[in-house]
Design a protein around this ligand. Structure first.
Ligand SMILES: C[S@@+](CC[C@H](N)C(=O)[O-])C[C@H]1O[C@@H](n2cnc3c(N)ncnc32)[C@H](O)[C@@H]1O
Length: 170
């Protein structure tokens, strides 16, 4: 399952690569749904709001969930983590890859070494993105996952600490 599937590229690749498995992408943004790629017969897209996911699947019915660059966009991920824990088979995995909270200095200077050269529009865009991308630390994500019953197996920062990869087991 691909949570926040965008235009469905990952769901498409997985469905093509593993024809014996079913791949489901979940997405809600109209501008993504309109551009959705074509999926093979073992792939599908379900429309749902992951801030409060519906009871889309049976308990213990999903092998693996992916959430690439989704969690920082959610108002709160607890309801999603609870639902994913319910859907995953015991021992099933949630793979989470996302931007994580960092100091303004590292966020801003990574993109713009000298922010004083930026105009109002660029500054406002950068600060807006800072608010959006800077939501949770790796420890926050780990805490929420464990609180929802996951075992965090791997927590691997990358992009010099600006992002993290997490593998958690249900
Ligand atoms: C940064 S994009 C990443 C897309 C895709 N996972 C990828 O790696 O290319 C985040 C995606 O999550 C979706 N998303 C954000 N909030 C969502 C929600 N509450 N319910 C469902 N999808 C959501 C967005 O519409 C967008 O497609």
């Amino acid at each position: 399952m691909d949570l926040g599937a965008g235009i469905g590229l990952f769901a498409q690749t997985m469905a093509q690569r593993f024809p014996d498995l079913t791949t489901t992408g979940i997405e809600c943004a109209p501008y993504m749904l309109e551009r959705m790629v074509e999926l093979p017969s073992n792939g599908r897209i379900v429309i749902d709001d992951l801030n409060a996911p519906s009871s889309l699947f049976l308990q213990d019915s999903i092998d693996t969930c992916m959430a690439n660059m989704l969690i920082h966009e959610l108002h709160q991920p607890i309801l999603l983590f609870k639902q994913v824990k319910h859907w995953l088979k015991p021992g099933g995995r949630l793979i989470l890859i996302d931007m994580v909270r960092q100091p303004l200095e590292s966020y801003l200077t990574h993109k713009h070494p000298d922010a004083t050269r930026l105009g109002r529009d660029q500054l406002e865009e950068s600060f807006q993105h800072f608010l959006e991308h800077n939501r949770y630390t790796p420890e926050d994500l780990s805490f929420m996952l464990q609180h929802c019953g996951f075992k965090v197996e791997i927590l691997e920062p990358f992009k010099k600490g600006r992002a993290v990869r997490i593998a958690a087991t249900a």
